[in-house]
Unconditional design. Structure first.
Ligand SMILES: [Zn+2]
Length: 60
């Protein structure tokens, strides 16, 4: 089953309340529209680092 919330439920089961305390991070590449990250909250620094890594391999 994949309804887009499975990862969120999994994170909640591993650390109850984390998502509600900290939020959820989801972003896609602006060029190829691939989902770069979909998971528990990460900092803007980590977000930028993941985007930077993706751009090196991006085919979009
Ligand atoms: Zn891309």
């Amino acid at each position: 089953m994949s309804d887009g919330t499975a990862g969120m439920r999994e994170a909640e089961s591993g650390d109850p309340g984390f998502v509600y305390r900290n939020g959820w991070t989801h972003f896609e590449c602006g060029d190829c529209h691939e989902v770069i990250y979909d998971g528990r909250w990460i900092s803007s620094e980590d977000t930028e680092e993941l985007k930077r890594i993706h751009r090196a391999a991006c085919t979009g």
